[in-house]
Design a protein around this ligand. Sequence first.
Ligand code: SF4
Length: 213
Amino acid sequence: MLFLGGCNFRCPFCQNADLVLRPESLPGLHIDEVMRSLEKKKGFVDGVSITGGEPLIHGEALLSLMRRLREAGLAVKLDTNGYEVELLREVLAAGLADYVAMDVKTSLAGYSRAAGKALDTRRIEQAIRLIMDSGVQYEFRTTCVPGIVEESDIHEIAALVSGAKHYYLQQFRPNGPMIDAEYEAVRPHDAATLGRFLSLVSPSVQTCGLRGA
Ligand code: SF4
């Protein structure tokens, strides 16, 4: 798994605060070192997940990394929040990802709160449609943070991802340090609530499930 530092969101419940806010404080590897290390593991590693932070903020550097992974014969999974929709379009059009996992944070009305900043939510809708129409394998997933993901949000999320092949609800784990330490004291939704959320969204998607519950 390759963790790319920095992010265009500031989700208050983010558990990668150092990676998002202070990526320069963490040890890093040059892309050439990454490729050399993968070359040594040839035959044992057949794919790489690129995650963050938010990989798509890295523009041409990300495209270059993905091309090199492709040239090395490796499968590539991309984790994203979808906001850099034009770069996502390039990645998909160039066939640089085998699998895309996009976080759908909450309903569009609540998105700015979830992301910790003002957003143009049309870009979220565009990213969802783009992924669904791409022909690439994909999933959407929502971490059920109390106060950010409630039943009314689930109804709207179900409409947003309607027709999607795979959708997952993920239990919120208040393991710090988070970007906003207040979220470390938030108690997760109970199992019955998550089960209700799942039953609300399941008619709208082809397959769905609960993770971490
Ligand atoms: S949880 Fe939010 S702030 Fe943290 S990496 Fe993901 S999109 Fe960025």
